[in-house]
Design a protein around this ligand. Structure first.
Ligand code: GTP
Ligand code: MG
Length: 170
């Protein structure tokens, strides 16, 4: 069985839930008081797709604006990117769009990009971004889109699995 390594980067506003998604995917854990990331964190996890194993080398970046200038170090050479926003924050969705623009300009041409609307477990009154709005945006920009919840684990494995499936086979 072949093993393929793939560098994956998570980008998005601070507090959108990047670290929580990674922690859920890699360790099956979730913390209500997840600490804000400083610089970036590195984790790995494998996913089996058909007859191959994809080993994700995951860079979980810090969303705080002061770390923005470091981001190219992490997305350069990446095979995949997950742009995360919080469904209860329009401003985090705006930030996600600006990451998409930056990656379209500077990222790898064959980059597989996913848009994750996280915190989908929150109540309807807290929602500021409709799934239909994000879906339309994703379609226009050639990304694939899923709403996720690091808290309940909804769609988290599916998100990474879908990325693994979309990676060009080498
Ligand atoms: P930075 O590292 O500062 O860029 O933030 P981040 O994007 O890594 O966010 P983080 O994972 O630290 O999550 C921020 C807060 O949101 C934490 O208090 C988490 O518990 C909470 N959170 C993350 N994901 C979810 C989710 O799916 N649902 C809910 N309800 N809360 C979540
Ligand atoms: Mg973080």
């Amino acid at each position: 069985m072949s093993v393929m390594q793939a560098k994956l980067v998570l980008l998005g506003d601070m507090g959108a839930g990047k670290s929580s998604l990674v922690l859920r995917f890699v360790k099956g854990q979730f913390f209500d008081y997840q600490e804000s990331t400083i610089g970036a964190a590195f984790l790995t996890q494998c996913v089996a797709v058909n007859d191959a194993t994809v080993k994700f080398e995951i860079w979980d970046t810090a969303g705080q604006e002061r770390y923005h200038s470091l981001a190219p170090m992490y997305y350069r050479g990446a095979a995949a990117a997950i742009i995360v926003y919080d469904i209860s924050s329009q401003s985090s969705f705006a930030r996600a769009k600006s990451w998409v623009k930056e990656l379209q300009r500077q990222g790898n041409a064959s980059l597989v990009m996913a848009l994750a609307g996280n915190k989908a477990d929150l109540s309807a009154e807290k929602r500021e971004v409709e799934a239909s709005e994000a879906e339309a945006y994703a379609e226009e920009n050639g990304l694939f889109f899923m709403e996720t919840s690091a808290k309940t684990a909804a769609n988290v494995n599916d998100l990474f699995y879908e990325i693994a499936r979309k990676l060009p086979r080498t």
